[in-house]
Design a protein. Structure first.
Length: 122
């Protein structure tokens, strides 16, 4: 998170892409990152991933999304799962398979690139 914070001038400019619209009750990857960032504000258009299934690089804002108890991002090319965001459960009873940000477990199939800052896959 500190790495993303230090890149705030690169992130604050946004980009030519409009972020996708999620259901009001759904949370996006950028929502989670923005909860911990102090200065930068990012959108899913700032986040890219290379699909481990088809190797196509996509912005998260272009991915198909399923919402509900979990938010799941699917590759726009092959429909492979890229990211799953789920409410974190008590760590004493269930072992997590990803990392936690802002009360959510983040499971990723590949590294997430945010304009040069890399969030490693889980």
């Amino acid at each position: 998170m500190r790495l993303l914070d230090t890149a705030s001038e690169r992130l604050s400019g946004g980009g030519p892409y409009e972020p996708h619209r999620l259901a009001q009750s759904a949370i996006s990857m950028s929502d989670l990152l923005n909860t911990d960032l102090r200065f930068a504000r990012i959108s899913d258009a700032d986040l890219t991933m290379q699909c481990p299934h088809c190797t196509k690089e996509s912005r998260l804002s272009a991915c198909r999304i399923a919402t509900g108890r979990k938010t799941t991002y699917f590759c726009s090319q092959c429909a492979g799962v890229l990211v799953v965001l789920a409410p974190a459960v008590e760590r004493l009873s269930v072992r997590t398979t990803g990392y936690c940000i802002g009360g959510f477990e983040v499971q990723t199939e590949a590294d997430i690139n945010c304009r040069g800052a890399i969030l490693p896959k889980s």
